[in-house]
Write a protein that binds this ligand. Structure first.
Ligand SMILES: [Zn+2]
Length: 240
């Protein structure tokens, strides 16, 4: 990878591949099924309305699993890059885990929400998402919103819902001179379009991950391998 200049502004997009290197299974990694149900049928507002306890069981299992995983060298490398670039660095992740934060990242936006946060299930209720590591297995265990009384739900962007903080994300993407995409399949929109938007702005586009992405023709550089092994060398390149 060519070195970054002092004028570069780096926009990083990370996806499931980064978490997978820590041992967190992706939706696809668990064969798309949970207790025989397609995951797409569990992670929806409709499923929550029909059976909130079942949906919370699914996310409680994922919360429990999260307790045993640690950030890997890719997370650590991104934390190091952020420390070097400071506010010329922005990290947008499709991952809902907290591994970037655990590795020291601060300028990170979770476009698909956070596993370790919950919020009110009523769309119009204005209460903010809050940190929540609790496990809920029965309907009776699910807390109610202190403001409106509706059930609390995972702060996750479900199928059919709009990703979070898109205005900030697109603004940061617009100002970036380098787009670094790490460990995403290149399939999930709107993130898959980021590389096309970056190219329109003449930003340099770099892909790092184990498999060639489906949109690889849009990248200036495609580096195949474990992000945990490739990214640290990117950090060691003197910034200047
Ligand atoms: Zn509420």
């Amino acid at each position: 990878m060519e070195k970054l200049s002092a004028e570069d502004r780096l926009f990083v997009l990370t996806g499931a591949g980064v978490s997978a290197e820590s041992g967190l299974p992706t939706f696809r990694g668990i064969n798309g099924l949970w207790r025989g149900y397609p995951v797409e049928d569990v992670a929806t507002p409709e499923a929550f309305a029909a059976d909130p306890a079942m949906v919370w069981q699914f996310y409680s299992e994922r919360r429990q699993r999260h307790e045993s995983v640690r950030p890997n060298p890719a997370h650590v490398a991104l934390g190091d890059i952020e420390r070097a670039l400071e506010d010329r660095f922005f990290l947008c992740t499709q991952n809902v885990d907290s591994l970037h934060e655990q590795a020291g990242s601060q300028r990170v936006v979770h476009m698909h929400g956070r596993l370790m946060q919950s919020r009110c299930s009523r769309t119009l209720c204005r209460t903010l998402p809050f940190d929540d590591r609790n496990l809920y297995r029965t309907r009776g265990e699910i807390p109610n919103c202190p403001k409106c009384g509706a059930l609390v739900r995972p702060h996750i962007c479900w199928f059919g819902e709009v990703p979070f903080q898109m205005e900030l994300i697109l603004q940061q993407l617009d100002g970036a001179t380098v787009l670094l995409t790490v460990g995403t399949s290149g399939v999930v929109e709107p993130a898959a379009s980021f590389v096309r938007m970056a190219r329109l702005n003449r930003a340099r586009t770099i892909y790092v991950g184990p498999e060639e992405p489906s949109n690889s023709e849009y990248f200036d550089e495609v580096l195949l391998g474990k992000a945990g092994e490739l990214l640290p060398s990117f950090v060691n390149v003197p910034l200047g």
